[in-house]
Design a protein around this ligand. Structure first.
Ligand code: UTP
Length: 289
């Protein structure tokens, strides 16, 4: 089993980030000096992925433009001797083989994934949610791919969350296999504390086998009237092997304002051009509070 392809669902409406996301896709909001989606593509590439499909919609063409060449801008940067800017602009367009498909109706994450069937064909594939950025020593998707390949199984990335927070995620029923890796036998979407299987929640990263497509095609709408990926994964984990990786790294949900701001601060503190300045700015501010 070799994972070479990735799907990035990025066709959500981004209602938690309105009004900013009325015309700018949330995946294109700047995270310090790059759009959110570039971090996700860089993680996929660092995990050995070669081909990437982004699931978009009619309001998201800024993404396709971003990963394209822009000759007029590049000529201008070249003439001005702005070599660093030129190479960054070019690097974004050359990161990976990027393909696009439109989700014509916003019918949920499971429906968005099902749009990838023709691109994926008959091989296992990675899924990285378009608004979840990971900050980690080892690429998080690489950690999942290693487990999926070792066990010949589909795989979900999980971490422990508080009992209050579990109702925002999917909870998994698990039994240990080795350090940080579990077998998955069941799951449920947005459980109440009494319904949850464990405090391990699925957080934005998956390796799926193509069996998921037949399952999603038959999947009835679930929570919120949408075709939920979790409902499909529940069937998948019962009919074939699935593992969960308690991944090393921090996940940021940049699709909500607080997650977006936390990520901005942490990435800006790490950035060579802003780190030292931001540290002293925060210290000065804290003294005034
Ligand atoms: P989210 O629920 O985080 O995104 O979906 P959203 O629907 O844009 O969020 P709101 O409106 O702020 O609540 C998780 C992932 O699934 C994608 C989103 O783009 C995000 O990456 N998605 C969701 C789709 O691609 N299509 C859909 O129909 C729904």
């Amino acid at each position: 089993m070799k994972v070479r392809k990735a799907v990035i669902p990025a066709a959500g409406l981004g209602t938690r980030m309105l009004p900013a996301t009325k015309t700018v896709p949330k995946e294109m909001l700047p995270m310090v000096d790059k759009p959110v989606i570039q971090y996700i593509i860089e993680e996929a590439v660092a995990s050995g992925i070669e081909d990437i499909l982004i699931v978009t919609n009619r309001a998201k063409s800024a993404m396709d433009d971003y990963f394209d060449y822009y000759p007029e801008l590049e000529t201008r940067l070249n003439q001005a001797g702005k070599d660093k800017e030129l190479s960054e602009v070019r690097r974004a367009a050359d990161l990976a083989n990027i393909f696009y498909v439109r989700q014509k109706e916003t019918k949920g994450l499971g429906h968005a994934i099902s749009r990838a069937r023709r691109f994926v064909g008959d091989e296992p594939f990675a899924v990285l949610l378009g608004d979840d950025i990971m900050r980690a020593q080892r690429p998080v998707m690489g950690q999942l791919i290693a487990a999926a390949e070792k066990y010949g199984a589909s795989c979900v990335g999980v971490q422990k969350v508080s009992t209050e927070a579990i109702s925002k995620y999917s909870s998994v029923k698990i039994s240990p296999l080795e350090e940080r890796i579990f077998a998955v036998s069941d799951m449920n979407e947005k459980p109440t504390p009494s319904e949850m299987f464990s405090s391990y929640a699925i957080l934005g990263r998956y390796v799926l086998t193509p069996d998921i497509f037949d399952i999603l095609e038959r999947q009835a709408p679930g929570y919120g009237g949408e075709i939920q990926l979790t409902d499909g994964l529940q069937t998948l984990c019962k009919q074939s092997k699935m593992v969960a990786v308690d991944f090393e790294g921090r996940r940021y949900d940049t699709g909500n304002l607080k997650g977006f701001l936390e990520a901005t601060i942490d990435f800006a503190l790490d950035h060579p051009e802003t780190g030292a300045w931001l540290k002293s700015y925060i210290k000065d501010k804290a003294e005034l509070l």
